[in-house]
Design a protein around this ligand. Structure first.
Ligand code: SAM
Ligand code: SF4
Length: 329
C-alpha cells in the first residue's frame, strides 16, 4: 500500500481525505445552495453506481486516501445507501466513513447506516425556528430533522457536528438560539459556523466568522480548544458552559495552503478544488475499460494540476465556479 503522501501536489499538500458526492439532487432547495427551480440535473445514467464508486475509492485508498465523506446533493435520497457504506468500509486503508446530510430522511435509516459502518455524521441546520427553517430550506420540516438526529444518536453515531451557514440578514438572529438549543446537550453536539461561499449566482452575503466569535465570547466566554479533533479546516473553540463550537472561514481565513481534500462528483469527475469546476472525468476512462493503474495515473496527474486556491473574498473577488450540489459540498 502506498504511503499517505502518494497524492502530493505541486504545493506540497498531501491528500488523505475524499468527499464523494452520491447525487446532485436534493429534497431541499436551500436558498444559498440551489435555485427554487430550473436546475439542470445530471442524467441518472451518468451517476456512478455503488460498485463504480467503491472501485474508484479503492484506487484512491491505494494512493493514500484514508477518510471518506459521503455528501451531495442529499446523500439520503439515494436508495439503500448503507450498501455503499458497507462497500467502502471493506476497502483496505479506509478507516473513517462519514456523511454530511440534511437529516430529513435519517430517522428511518440511521440504525442501518450505523450497522453498515458509518462512523461520523454532520448535519446541516441553519435555524432552530421551524418557520425560518422551512423558508431557508424551501419546505423542510425542522421536527423531522431533529428526530433524524435523535435516531442517529440512539444508533450510536455521535457526537454530531452541526453545520450552520450564517447569512447576513437571513439567519443571523439564530446564532444565539442555536447555541442555547444545542448547548443543552454539549456532549452530543458540536456547532460549527460556516461562512457562505459565493458561487456564480452570488445570492447572499456572508457573516464573518470573527463577528460570531466575538458575539459568543462576550455572551458566554470562549477559549480556543485544540483538545478535540476537528474536521479539516474548522478552528475549534469551547464556550464557557462547555459547548464545543467551530468556525469554518473559507473567505476571511483562507485555509487553501493546508487543504488535504479531493472531491469526486456524482458523475465521476475528480474536483481537486471546490473552486475548480473544470477537471476531467474519471468515469469516462473507467467505463472505457481503464485498469486500476490507469485510473491511479489519471488521479495523480489531476492532483498535480490542483490549483493553489480560490480567489473569493468576503466582499468580492472571484466567485466559485458551477453549483455546489454538482461539485459535491
Ligand atoms: N445536503 C447535504 C447537507 O446539506 O448537509 C450535503 C450537501 S451540502 C451541499 C454540504 C454543505 O455545504 C452543507 O453544510 C451546506 O450548508 C453547505 N453549503 C451549501 N452551499 C454553500 C455555500 N454557498 N457556502 C457555504 N456552505 C454551503
Ligand atoms: Fe440540499 Fe444540502 Fe444544498 Fe440544502 S445545502 S439544498 S440540503 S444540498
Amino acid at each position: 500500500m502506498s504511503s499517505p503522501s502518494a497524492l502530493r501536489d505541486r504545493f506540497g499538500r498531501a491528500h488523505t481525505y475524499l468527499r464523494v458526492s452520491v447525487t446532485d439532487r436534493c429534497n431541499f432547495r436551500c436558498v444559498y445552495c440551489l435555485p427554487a427551480e430550473g436546475m439542470d440535473w445530471m442524467r441518472r445514467d451518468d451517476l456512478l453506481s455503488y460498485e463504480e464508486i467503491t472501485r474508484l475509492v479503492s484506487v484512491f485508498a491505494s494512493l493514500g486516501i484514508r477518510r471518506v465523506r459521503l455528501t451531495g446533493g442529499e446523500p439520503l435520497i439515494r436508495r439503500d445507501l448503507e450498501r455503499l457504506v458497507e462497500g467502502i468500509g471493506g476497502i483496505e486503508g479506509i478507516d473513517d466513513i462519514a456523511m454530511t446530510t440534511n437529516a430529513h430522511r435519517l430517522e428511518g435509516c440511521a440504525d442501518r447506516l450505523a450497522e453498515a459502518g458509518l462512523t461520523r455524521l454532520n448535519v446541516s441546520i441553519d435555524s432552530i425556528d421551524p418557520d425560518q427553517f422551512a423558508e431557508i430550506t424551501r419546505g423542510g420540516t425542522l421536527d423531522r430533522v431533529l428526530r433524524g438526529m435523535d435516531a442517529a444518536i440512539d444508533a450510536g453515531i455521535g457526537p454530531i457536528k452541526l453545520n450552520m451557514v450564517v447569512l447576513k440578514g437571513v439567519n443571523e438572529d439564530q446564532i444565539i438560539p442555536m447555541v442555547e438549543h444545542f448547548g443543552a446537550r454539549p456532549e452530543t453536539f458540536v456547532l460549527r459556523f460556516i461562512e457562505y461561499m459565493p458561487f456564480e449566482a452570488r445570492w447572499h452575503k456572508s457573516v464573518k466568522g470573527e463577528t460570531i466569535r466575538d458575539l459568543l465570547g462576550e455572551r458566554y466566554g470562549i477559549e480556543p480548544d485544540g483538545a478535540w479533533q476537528g474536521d479539516g479546516p474548522a478552528v475549534n473553540h469551547r464556550l464557557g458552559f462547555g459547548l464545543r463550537v467551530g468556525f469554518i472561514n473559507p473567505l476571511s481565513e483562507r485555509f487553501c495552503s493546508t487543504c488535504n481534500r479531493l472531491r469526486l462528483s456524482a458523475d465521476g469527475f475528480l474536483r481537486t478544488c471546490l473552486s475548480d469546476d473544470g477537471t476531467p472525468s474519471l468515469a469516462e476512462g473507467m467505463r472505457d475499460g481503464a485498469t486500476d493503474e490507469d485510473i491511479a495515473a489519471a488521479i495523480r496527474e489531476m492532483v498535480l494540476g490542483k490549483r493553489e486556491g480560490h480567489d473569493a473574498l468576503l466582499d468580492g473577488g472571484k466567485a466559485f465556479e458551477g453549483v455546489m450540489t454538482r461539485i459535491g459540498g
